[in-house]
Ligand binder design. Structure first.
Ligand code: RUQ
Ligand code: CUA
Length: 655
């Protein structure tokens, strides 16, 4: 094999890595008919839903393609959202519970849309929390986060969520290795990294009918950093591929210390084999503390349960679960093509893109064609597993998507471009600039066995000069390209919400007729629901006051409440009696230290309010619901602590 310059050394690269390069011709790359290709006429619907990660806002957003129109700027997941009371209402607070208590923020990087037979079924969208490791599941008929599971033995949950072809599992690989198991709460010196730290990969099972998640098992892996992952599919179904960096196992100044070796690894995991071991009783239960939070559609409430152990497998002893494929150099993305045969590693410091062959990998395993081992787990010979290398593709490859016609598209952060190449021949076919430093790419269905290779979206960091400036912080950009022809064509720029990392898109037809329009009142099992105006009332229980309140266009019942005292804990349990699509009512009361409630038709939500002073406080509906929305209001009177003003309320029925 020829020798190669894996690393483009020198200051130029270092600088380019830090800042990204600015491609030429940045001002306009549009040709005449671009606008018509993204124009969705008034009243028409977009062809694709695009679910986009919000990065440091901890949320997702929902965008239409090709128009780039935003339908839901914030779909609340890991961060509180005052707009609708997510994380503030009593019902939703448990969703953000963790073993560290209530955590109101996180950093969401990746989206995974559920699949069946390696094709999108779009029943659920999964997202990862990086900082306090968690995986969330969003129901795509209600666009609500319905489950969040914390990932123990993990730190910086970046290599997730990625799913197997029938959504059997969603995986979570730890970015930071940490002390795990019993050691997790031991006082361990950091410089005992190699002995005491572990990388953990979690396989979370997903119930095929209801989506409920459980941590099925965790694999103990060497203390590398796990960056990204992709499941095998079709012929490689049963395997999972994780990119690793810092195989140097450095724990300080990683910028230098984790870039020493020419090659890191793609870690291939045979999860079917792991399942066999579990059937034989080979796993062991280890201590782990994590929260598992679920939303109940009937009670409109979440519950949070703290769990105490996980099933752990040690692949050093349990052979044939883990194999390492050498991969130049600090790989970021690892992506499997639609056939499941090819595994693309994007070494962000490498000058080539290696493409591995699944068939060759199996062959190498069979022939024991190893070039070494890590903790007793075999390292396969690079040349034996390699299908080939894409030569001189660009600088700083990050992520690869596929069009289903045999082509791959790789993003280059440093050279700010998208490069199209052929998977079989490894020939570069086309390249287009991005404005500017591109992270993830997305083709609708791109990670599945059935891509819809019509559009590609590049999600760019650092978008200097693309939009009207907004002070020191500028909008991030998505750029939409037409990839239906031989040459890629830039069609549209649109700003994104938060900082986009990964996104997925799928045909709108998969879910648009399955949307829940309202929640049937007769099914509402919330213990404090007021299901009709006859249920509207106020009850005192010591210093707790429960207000069972109804909303319907355009009134609250009760709407005048007296007999509340300073020091009370007041709970407004607001039930929206509407049984029609798109008629939420909002509820806000003066001085509330939390947020509003936005109550969907048929739903009950609760706001706690702690009156701290004597006075009369208005409350009102915040959502413009009818011509008489502005009349939808009420008062609550607060008397001094210990006062004997009697409890009194008006519902329009009793007075
Ligand atoms: S990352 S820009 Cu997915 Cu967090 Cu690659
Ligand atoms: Cu109800 Cu406005």
């Amino acid at each position: 094999m020829k020798t190669r310059l894996w690393l483009l050394a020198g200051a130029t690269l270092a600088m380019a890595l830090a800042t990204g390069c600015k491609p030429k011709g940045a001002q306009s790359a549009l040709s005449g008919d671009a606008a018509s290709k993204v124009y969705v006429a008034p009243g028409q619907h977009d062809e694709f839903y695009n679910i986009v990660s919000g990065g440091f806002n901890g949320q997702m957003s929902v965008v239409g393609l090709p128009s780039g129109r935003v339908f839901k700027a914030i779909l609340p997941v890991f961060s509180v959202h005052p707009e609708n009371g997510w994380g503030f209402s009593e019902e939703t607070k448990p969703m953000l519970n963790t073993s560290h208590g209530f955590v109101p923020w996180d950093d969401l990087h990746h989206i995974a849309i559920s699949t069946t037979n390696a094709e999108h079924d779009a029943r659920w969208a999964f997202g990862n929390a990086n900082n306090t490791p968690r995986i969330a599941r969003v129901d795509l008929t209600t666009f609500k986060t319905v489950e969040i599971i914390e990932i123990p033995n993990s730190g910086g949950n970046h290599s997730s969520p990625f799913i197997t072809e029938n959504t059997e599992y969603v995986v979570a690989g730890t970015r930071f290795s940490v002390p795990t198991g019993d050691d997790a709460s031991r006082d361990v010196p950091i410089d005992t990294y190699k002995e005491n730290f572990k990388g953990t990969i979690s396989f979370i099972s997903v119930d095929k009918d209801h989506g409920d998640m459980e941590i099925a098992f965790q694999l103990e892996a060497p203390p590398f950093n796990f960056d990204l992952a992709r499941a095998g599919k079709k012929k490689s179904h049963g395997w999972f591929f994780f990119s690793t960096y810092n195989t140097e196992m450095a724990h300080t100044l990683l910028e230098v210390n984790a870039s020493q070796k020419d090659k890191d690894f793609i870690m291939a995991v045979n999860w079917k084999k792991a399942e066999e071991y579990i059937k034989q009783g080979k796993g062991k239960k280890v201590k782990a503390k994590y929260a598992h939070n679920k939303w109940d559609e009937d009670t409109h409430m979440a519950t949070s349960v703290i769990k105490e152990e996980v099933l752990s497998l040690d692949p050093r002893e349990l052979k044939d679960i883990i194999y390492f494929i050498p991969c130049p150099k600090s790989p970021h993305g690892t992506d499997t093509d639609p056939t499941g045969e090819y595994i693309v590693g994007s070494g962000k410091l490498a000058a080539i893109i290696p493409v591995f062959s699944f068939t060759k990998m199996l062959q190498a395993i069979e022939n024991q064609d190893f070039e070494g081992s890590v903790d007793g787990m075999p390292v396969l010979r690079y040349e034996s597993v390699l299908h080939g290398e894409v030569e001189k593709p660009g600088l700083g490859p990050l992520h690869t998507e596929f069009d289903g016609r045999g082509n791959a598209y790789t993003s280059f952060f440093v050279s700010s471009e998208v490069v199209k190449w052929n998977i079989e021949t490894l020939q570069v076919l086309d390249r287009v600039p991005t404005f500017y430093s591109v992270g993830h790419l997305m083709i609708p269905g791109g990670p599945t066995g059935k891509p819809h290779g019509k559009y590609l979206v590049a999600y760019n960091k650092i978008s200097k000069d693309r939009y009207l400036p907004t002070g020191p912080e500028l909008a991030h950009t998505a750029q939409l390209y037409d990839i239906s022809g031989d040459k890629m064509q830039l069609l549209l720029d649109f700003p994104t919400v938060g900082e986009p990392h990964y996104a997925e898109a799928f045909p709108a037809s998969l879910i648009k007729d399955k949307q829940v329009k309202f929640f049937p009142l007769e099914k509402n099992k919330h213990p404090r629901a007021a299901k009709g105006i006859n249920d509207a009332r106020v009850e005192r229980d010591g210093n707790k006051v429960h207000i069972y309140m109804t909303t319907i266009r355009s009134n609250f019942r009760p709407d005048n409440i007296e007999g509340i005292r300073v020091g009370d804990e007041v709970y407004f349990h607001v039930t929206n009696l509407e049984q029609d699509w798109d008629v939420p009512h909002g509820f806000a009361v003066k001085g509330a230290n939390t947020a509003e409630l936005l109550v969907m038709p048929g739903e009950t939500a609760t706001l706690r309010w702690d009156p701290d002073r004597v006075g009369v406080f208005p409350f009102y509906c915040t959502d413009f619901c009818s011509a008489l929305h502005q009349e939808m209001q009420g008062y609550i009177r607060v008397s001094p602590a210990g006062s004997n003003v009697p409890l009194k309320y008006s519902t329009g029925l009793t007075e």
